[in-house]
Design a protein around this ligand. Structure first.
Ligand SMILES: [Zn+2]
Length: 129
């Protein structure tokens, strides 16, 4: 059995825990092609993960299961760069139970440009209505 499963969520497809995870446990690596900042600007797209001012991961490939993890304003995961800034791992912000959806905060730039125009669909924001 895999550690996670892709299923429907409030924001389209999402990634869900298939077992319990401990706080700070690695859930999955955000994988993709590492491209220059200029190339990232040219390509655009919603699966770009900025490593630093020079390099970005383009995670649009279907091999990148981490791309199914949705944004949340009250997430249970966080993204952590390795010290050499070449890889990104999604880790548990707190203990996560099997069946919970994984979420992390996409960052203020992405939020402002990609989420605010249509309204945030995360569980925390939907509760406010
Ligand atoms: Zn939200």
């Amino acid at each position: 059995m895999k550690d996670y499963v892709v299923k429907r969520s409030s924001a389209g497809l999402g990634l869900f825990a298939n077992r319990d995870f401990k706080k700070d446990e690695v859930i999955i690596e955000y994988v993709g092609e590492t491209i220059s900042d200029a190339e990232a600007q040219r390509r655009g797209g919603k699966y770009l993960f900025e490593l630093n001012d020079e390099w970005t991961i383009d995670g649009k490939s279907r091999d990148n299961t981490a791309r199914y993890i949705n944004h949340s304003c009250k997430p249970n995961c966080y993204a952590e760069l390795t010290e050499d800034e070449t890889q990104v791992f999604i880790k548990a912000k707190r203990a996560i139970k099997a069946g919970e959806e994984f979420t992390y905060h996409y960052g203020s730039y992405y939020f402002k440009n990609e989420i605010t125009p249509a309204g945030c669909k995360c569980a925390k924001c939907l509760q406010k209505d």
